[in-house]
Design a protein around this ligand. Structure first.
Ligand code: CAA
Length: 257
């Protein structure tokens, strides 16, 4: 892998993916996104991994899709390349993904953080959809996910002006889970991932799927979907172990079976 680095040594059952194009502020070119998709697919299959953190560096999570790679393209080129099809694959990741955001999370970078399940931000984080300033608009989910997170008025303002949202504003509007000083943001994200990785991986995967379904469906269908996943878990050993451990007043030992 050239543009991402996968590290597994930080916490048990937690994998960290670092975006690694620092000179270009981690601009998301096609190759980086392909590697990210592949890395996530491998980690999704890896039995030793239960939660994933995606981080950039202190200056930038990612400053958007690679403008230099897109600048000369026309609509037919863009349709043929279909660069966002890799994003559909990333969206299918079953394990929980936490974005650890410091510095710029702009355009595709903001969209990538919102594609993750949770966001831990450093106080220096800046979120925004500045595509309007370069004559286009968000293309990887920004108009949908930002609107769902912030509500129509604020999302419309950001998408139409390209203004940035500070970490504390993002927290106030519910876009991020927590804001911490820059020296702690990665540690905080890894700690959250570790906490989740102590749970039953089956229950985590089905619960993630059900929460995400609430964005994609009407309440009735969402409730039905949630209930089906809940009942399904009662065929797992982890459900038996988790409930027995509670009754026996001891910590559970989850195996993913
Ligand atoms: N694409 C390609 N290169 C980028 C980039 C991007 N999105 N963002 C930054 N870079 C490059 C810069 O060109 C520069 O390269 P050189 O040193 O070779 O000139 C390098 O990264 C450092 O950037 P700056 O010198 O601009 O750093 P700065 O601190 O002065 O400014 C910034 C930082 C405000 C983030 C500025 O770089 C910027 O505005 N970047 C573009 C942000 C943007 O418009 N993102 C949306 C892209 S479109 C998109 O994402 C579509 C979608 O929906 C998926």
């Amino acid at each position: 892998m050239k543009f991402i680095v996968i590290e597994k040594e930080h916490r048990p059952h937690v994998a960290l993916i670092r975006l690694n194009r620092p000179k270009e502020l981690n601009a998301l070119n096609l190759e980086l996104m392909r590697e990210l998709k592949q890395g996530l697919q491998e980690l999704d299959k890896d039995e030793g991994t239960r939660a994933i953190v995606i981080a950039g560096n202190e200056r930038a999570f990612a400053a958007g899709a690679d403008i230099k790679q897109m600048a000369g393209k026309n609509s037919v080129d863009m349709l043929k390349i279909d660069q966002f099809s890799t994003w559909d694959q990333i969206r299918k990741t079953k394990k929980p993904i936490i974005a650890a955001v410091s510095g710029f999370a702009l355009g595709g970078g903001c969209e990538l953080s919102m594609l993750c399940d949770m966001i831990i931000a450093s106080e220096t984080a800046k979120f925004g959809q500045p595509e309007i300033k370069i004559g286009v608009m968000p293309g990887a989910g920004g108009t949908q996910r930002l609107t769902k997170a912030l509500g129509k008025a604020k999302a419309m303002e950001l998408v139409l002006t390209g203004d940035f949202l500070s970490a504390h504003e993002a927290e106030k509007h519910g876009l991020v889970n927590k804001v911490v000083p820059v020296e702690f943001y990665l540690d905080e994200a890894l700690t959250l991932a570790q906490k989740i990785s102590a749970m039953s991986p089956l229950a985590v995967a089905l619960a993630k799927e059900a929460v995400n379904r609430s964005f994609e469906t009407f309440l009735d269908e969402g409730l039905h979907f949630e209930r089906k996943n809940f009942y399904l878990l009662f065929n797992s050993e982890d459900q038996k172990e988790g409930m027995e451990a509670f009754i026996e007043k001891r910590p559970p030992k989850f195996t993913g079976k």
